[in-house]
Design a protein around this ligand. Sequence first.
Ligand code: CP
Length: 296
Amino acid sequence: MNKKSLLNLTNLEISEIMELINLAKKCEDGDFNNIYNNKIVANLFFEPSTRTQYSFETAELKLGIKPINFNQETSSIKKGESFYDTIKTFESFQTSAIIIRSNIDKYYEQLNGINIPIINAGDGVCDHPSQSLLDLYTIYKHFKTFNGIKIAIVGDIKHSRVAHTNIDIMNRLGMETYISGPEIFNDHTSKYIDFDQAITEMDVIMLLRIQHERHQFKEITNINEYHEKFGLDMKRVNKMKRNSIIMHPAPFNRGVEISDDVVECEKSKIFQQIENGVFIRMAILYKALEKEVKQW
Ligand code: CP
């Protein structure tokens, strides 16, 4: 496995996280536009995606990289070609890096024979490092620190790779993390806090959608009851702290975990997260393709 692969955030030092955040700011300022105009990167999404896939593609275009977008439905996967052989094929095209999303936990453990950088765009319920980094960039831009910032991640924690990557790195950065939501989704990866208590005490309320596609059976049947107990509406927003913010990795379900009028309310950073996703993914690619770099 190439040392410049980004598979999760566990092995990154705090200094490397801060370096990526600083690089994202430079990308936002346009410092690295078109620097990689002789490179090709392949985006292989084996699971649906809007934000991650197309913000990686946007990031590639801004850096001058030429993207190849893989389509599973029209690929030789349909003729029985294996996951490994598909990835090895893209490496053989002499691409500079491969972006991969898969519903298989730690799919990259099957890819030891791949020698170019692999960027994990989400694996099963395990990790979503680029989402977590864009969340961190958004929080840092607002609070100018991580130290002591209190966050409650609310909803389907058990099936959320975003929650799992975030809880680990946010604790390492000195944030106070809590989880909230229905007991069936509590996987005890952080301390539990009552939702209405979280509303009045947290600096960040991060909502998650119910990830039905990862449920073995329908775990939530009454959407109205869910919205009443764990949905963020304006009544609850009005009880939040003055400088607090609302986040959501998206896609979101209006009227379930978030009310229609909260999506773009003053406290909501949801679309800024999406915007920041382009800059953080430019930073990730900048590092992965940089020639003289220290290891991740
Ligand atoms: N947040 C996120 O990963 O969204 P997509 O599934 O649309 O990429």
